[in-house]
Write a protein that binds this ligand. Structure first.
Ligand SMILES: [Zn+2]
Length: 402
């Protein structure tokens, strides 16, 4: 019993790993979103099982991917969630100086896919596990590791839904996306939509007998552009974002077979990146209304024609108060006295939507994410370690009674 109260007991009696070893191990698992992350999750679960009291696993429908939620400390007290996604964007090996899934350290930087986005945050959290356990904190630390973040924050949704089964809801969440350890209290939401125009094929000389899907699509794309122009001029606006309004953008368009054939089908993809306070459904309603205006002309030629919107995913924006508990805690731990907002989306909005206030704060720079030769500066890893070491100091120890 005497030995158990000595925090160093855990270092000598258990198999703990240092942050850089853990980053290297995690990068070694090729968890590109299209692939399974189970090998990484098994490794993390086995490692954490030395200290955790609670384990929750939520799997994808096909069973190839899994979220992991683990708790160190009392499970009946609202705790602090350290959250990260385990998947990475694809790494095209020829674009890389060395193997993207073999970490290498050069000149104070650690290279590898996921080094910044965001295996280093997960690795530092894991490296701290024995210290979190040894500190006998009065408030639990939760680890929330998700799959398929890079393809629309898909995995974390079932993880968050499963948190309803906990004895108590966590009190706050820190999502460790790369922000160079600055504190982010807001980000835009994102809705991705595929629009398919079904027209009627025919000889181009007889265009009155067909429905030109490319031209109908062009009309809709023009509508998207005009909505964007209006929003740019009239808002709504919110300070702190670049640009300070919601954006619409068409990124892909395919349609038509030959110049002398009336195109039967045209498909295009667009996205809405909305301010947290700007409901993207109002924009979608406007686009759908425009599509309805186009329909009678199409249906008069052929009742089989039409316009379909397929909303592929919807990541909600994040907006928490500067004075909220997670923002104050993260500012205290980073030593920053200001917060900011970013353009990229994260899982933090979904945690906040589930009444678990969240901020984004993690090591590394978003400028290095999603690029060949992705890296993290080692001083960022050290800053993240300090952040978590100070977190231990801020949480009171359990008394014997608790
Ligand atoms: Zn990320």
């Amino acid at each position: 019993m005497v030995v158990e109260s000595d925090p160093w007991h855990y270092f000598t009696m258990t198999r703990s790993l240092a942050p850089l070893d853990l980053i290297t191990r995690l990068i070694g698992f090729d968890t590109t979103s299209a692939k399974s992350n189970l090998a990484l999750i098994e490794f993390v679960a086995e490692y954490l099982s030395q200290w955790t009291t609670e384990f929750r696993v939520t799997k994808s429908d096909d069973g190839r991917k899994s979220n992991l939620f683990a708790t160190i400390g009392p499970s009946d007290i609202p705790g602090i969630v350290l959250s990260g996604h385990t998947d990475v964007v694809p790494a095209n090996a020829p674009d890389w100086t060395s193997d993207p899934f073999t970490a290498r350290v050069t000149d104070g930087k650690l290279y590898g896919r996921g080094a910044a986005d965001m295996k280093s945050f997960i690795a530092v959290a894991l490296a701290m596990a024995p210290r979190f356990a040894a500190a006998k904190l009065s408030q639990p630390i939760h680890f929330a590791f998700s799959y398929d973040e890079e393809v629309g924050c898909l995995g974390v949704r079932s993880l968050i839904a499963d948190l309803k089964n906990l004895p108590v809801k966590p009190s706050l969440c820190i999502v460790g996306e790369p922000t160079e350890m600055t504190v982010i209290i807001g980000h835009k939401g994102k809705k991705s939509v595929t629009c398919t125009v079904h027209g009627k094929e025919g000889h181009s000389a007889l265009n009155h007998k067909g429905v030109n899907a490319v031209e109908i699509a062009a009309d809709l794309v023009h509508k998207i552009r005009s909505v964007q122009k209006r929003i740019r001029q009239e808002g709504p606006f919110e300070d702190g974002y670049d640009p300070p309004y919601s954006t619409l953008h068409t990124g892909v368009i395919h349609g038509g077979a030959a110049l002398n054939i009336i195109p039967r089908e045209c498909r295009f993809e667009f996205e809405i990146r909305n301010l947290p306070s700007h409901d993207p459904e109002t924009i979608m309603a406007e686009l759908r209304a425009h599509a309805q205006e186009l329909a009678p002309e199409m249906l008069a030629v052929d009742p089989e024609t039409g316009i379909l919107f397929d909303e592929r995913n919807n990541t909600v924006g994040l907006s928490v108060d500067e004075d909220s508990e997670p923002a104050r805690l993260a500012c205290q731990l980073t030593g920053h006295n200001h917060t900011s907002k970013v353009a990229f989306t994260t899982e933090a909005g979904l945690f906040a939507q589930a009444d678990i206030p969240a901020v984004v704060c993690g090591p590394g720079s978003i400028a290095q994410a999603h690029r060949p030769d992705e890296f993290i500066a080692l001083e960022q890893v050290e800053k993240c370690e300090r952040f978590m070491t100070d977190l231990i100091k801020l949480i009171p120890q359990r008394t014997d009674k608790t």
